[in-house]
Design a protein around this ligand. Structure first.
Ligand code: NAD
Ligand code: UDP
Length: 336
């Protein structure tokens, strides 16, 4: 299939493009390079032996989108492009609503005009909010967002569900990612955010690289086995493979479906730090700090629906494999 991949130069998008190419699909990447760089294209090509079509442009530009749909016979869209930094979204709500919500609306309008009605959308476990109990299940009501980033995901899910009701021939897959981590086993692709990272794994990497002085473990008084926050860390290659399974399913399933992509198991901050130290041989300077505002104690998925309906489950997401792959990416790509 010809797949328009918005945000395909980013962390999850680039890994998904590799899996799409290796499965014989044709990704067409649209990315404005706000949080990625051109070298990713070479790295995708080195891994797969194929260079995908890449257009540098913005999802909010209708002209660019119309041009892409006119030029390529696009069978489906995987929509990754978004701004995703939680803390930044509190400072810059307008930018976040504009990029994420307006961008999605423009994309949907262009899809409708072009007669393309199959979409896989990057949602997030953040939509469960703090009201639900773990493990989070797809049929739970969505929670209340504690920041504009989370609000954009809740809004976009709602918009897409409304689209599917109004247009029964649309086929939409909402994928709720838990905590994506890890890197391609080749060491050629991984998470390399522009600017100051917010998430635990990129911060661990910066500390290991000596680019940040120490890791602040934000909260050690949660009601969890060791007091630190628990999350469901999913290897980015597992996540990428989940998109292929979702794509296979969505093309034959009108309506809007929702699937969690996680491992079903929680890992604490300390457990992840220890696994990273073992894989890298580096002792990370760290200390305990107060909880981050808006954080919940635990987040992990119920993954039964993805297993049952998509035939997908995480296979590469042990803490050991995740940290070994991240370490290989840091060392091999000379990012140390
Ligand atoms: P990323 O920032 O690495 O990738 C996003 C890509 O989209 C970047 O290459 C960026 O340049 C591009 N982009 C941003 N705005 C754009 C625009 N207006 N037009 C064109 N391109 C644009 O992020 P990621 O981690 O790969 O996340 C991909 C998707 O998954 C996002 O929608 C994100 O919200 C969602 N998600 C990510 C996580 C996570 O922790 N990484 C968790 C849950 C959901
Ligand atoms: N965390 C931490 N120090 C940091 C960043 C995050 O201890 O500098 C903790 C955070 O409190 C949470 C876990 O790591 O328990 C995962 O945080 P992340 O931001 O990666 O994911 P999210 O909280 O959005 O699921």
């Amino acid at each position: 299939m010809n797949i328009l991949v918005t945000g395909g130069m980013g962390y999850i998008g680039s890994h998904t493009c590799v899996e799409l190419l290796q499965a014989g699909h044709t990704p067409i990447i649209l990315d404005n390079l706000y949080n990625s760089n051109l070298a990713v294209l070479d790295n995708i090509a080195e891994i797969t032996g194929k260079t995908p079509v890449f257009v540098q442009g913005d999802i909010r530009c209708r002209e660019t989108l119309d041009g892409l749909f006119a030029q390529h016979k696009i069978d489906a869209v995987i929509h990754f492009a978004a701004l995703k930094a939680v803390a930044e979204s509190v400072q810059k709500p307008l930018e976040y609503y504009d990029c994420n919500v307006t961008g999605t609306l423009v994309l949907l309008q262009a899809m409708q005009a072009a007669g393309c009605n199959t979409l896989v959308f990057s949602s997030s476990a953040t939509v469960y909010g703090s009201e639900n109990q773990v493990p989070f299940c797809e049929d739970m009501p969505v929670g209340t967002a504690t920041n504009p980033y989370g609000s954009t995901k809740i809004m976009m899910e709602r918009i897409l569900q409304d689209m599917a009701v109004a247009n029964p021939d649309w086929k939409i897959s909402l994928l709720r990612y838990f905590n994506p981590v890890g890197a391609h086993p080749s060491g050629k692709l991984g998470e390399d955010p522009n600017g100051i990272p917010n998430n635990l794994m990129p911060i661990i990497c910066r500390v290991a690289q000596g680019k940040m002085e120490e890791l602040l473990i934000t909260g050690n008084d949660y009601d969890t086995p060791d007091g630190t926050g628990v999350r469901d860390y999913i290897h980015v290659v597992d996540l990428a493979l989940g998109h292929l399974k979702a794509l296979d399913k969505v093309v034959q399933t009108p309506g809007c479906s929702i699937h969690n992509l996680g491992t079903g198991k929680g890992l604490s901050v300390l457990e992840l730090v220890q696994a990273f130290e073992k894989a890298s041989g580096i002792t990370l300077p760290r200390r305990f700090a107060p909880r981050r505002p808006g954080d919940i104690a635990e987040s992990y998925a119920n993954v039964d629906r993805a297993a049952r309906e998509l035939g997908w489950q995480a296979k590469h997401s042990s803490a050991e494999e995740i940290c070994q792959d991240v370490w290989r990416f840091l060392t091999k790509s000379n990012k140390r």
